[in-house]
Design a protein around this ligand. Sequence first.
Ligand SMILES: [Zn+2]
Length: 498
Amino acid sequence: MLELVIKGATVIDGSGVEGAALDVGIEGDRIAMISPLIEVESAEILNATGLTLTPGFIDVHSHDDFHVLIEPEVRHNIFQGITTAIVGNCGFGAAGSDAGKVQMKAINEPSAELPDWTGYAGYMEEVDKTSPVLNVAALIGHHTARREAMDGVENRPPTDAELAAMLANVAEGMEAGAVGMSTGLVYEPGRYAATEEIVSLAQVVGKHDGLYVSHMRDEGGGLLDSVRETLQIGETSGTGVEISHHKAVGRANWGKVVQSLEMIEDAVAQGRDVTADQYPYTARSTMLFALVQNGTFSLGEGGAMGKSSPEEVLLCSVPGQPEFEGRTLQSFVEEFDLPGEDAAKKLLSDISSDILVAAFGMDEGDVRMVMAHSSTMIGTDGLDRGSKPHPRAWGTYPRVLGKYVREEGVISLENAIYKMTHMPATKFNIANRGLIKEGYFADLTLFDPETVIDGATYENSRVGPQGLLHVIVNGQFAVRDGKHSGSRSGRTVRMGQM
Ligand SMILES: [Zn+2]
């Protein structure tokens, strides 16, 4: 007897092919049967007429390494239909635990009660012990490895002993089942690493068939040089490459994605494994400190993180001063009677060094072009921190499905689902997920294609979507009729693990 049969939905299986009317039967944590009409007895039948059934979404760009331990309901992810989060992006990894906690302080809220763990094996054990609502795969974070090996932020190359410690960190992570290593070369301390340092570490990743995932050194005027560096690191180390949140930031750089996409196409034509991810918004979100450090307000064209004017910067999270959240940097320029950079520095020194902001700076045409490109997957890059987080934390996937698929026709529904499911599962070496297929894990999302849409805005961002009704993780309802079930059936996903 089956435990659950989902009847009457249009099944889009994740492979990119057109949807079909199929019944799907679930037994335990797996998809047991797919047929035009399932008549086998089942404990429960879900009538899904009018809904679209897809594999659960795989968020290739998550920052919820600590969130899954602190708040295992992970509401901002699960309501979007995400069933697997790939954490550890932009260089921010979770092991060693102390270095990870310090490193994560600016983008996460590691509570004092967090346990210590040893290595990525220990981190994954903690995740399995906690059992969050969704599955978790991990990238090794370069910042964390560097900070731990060099005992803090150091603007110099590592000594031989320090490099050996970093190599050991990466090897431990890969042996524990991490899917690759990430860098964030605009942030501390990753920005102080030369290409050779990264190549040495990535070689260990390549030996284990892992990926090199990078928030590149420059997404502004130096975008194309950064793509070149990233491709070179992949080639020299023998790893596949994932370019994080592919974009060109700062008005002066709009349109450069035409060339960066061509560079990816050329690499792919040479047989290289190169892809990218994207969140569907024209504002980025990051630490105010990093924008200042990278010259966003002081350099003519805005430096490595591109230019944003103070009117374009919204405060998302201000530890100790939540009433500042939602204000623009411009409002402080006026209040303090200081130029943008000085106003930002005053906030960082007087209020908190861990202020998170959303900052406009991308072109909508670029966003559409990158989304439509065959190299692009979807990822949230979400940080559900403060009262006004960037809406991508709550809205990314339904926004793609509602705005970019249904309303604007930028990509087809089948292609969007492919970019959210099978494409990331294949790229990140996640076995038996990302397709609706007999024997695969029952990670499933059900939505109404006529109404699905994001609810999160910059003004009111901690809001879930409309029209996304049910989410199933490993055979259990995580969201039912739009409500969190309280179930926590997620588990760690190790590279290649069947
Ligand atoms: Zn990043």
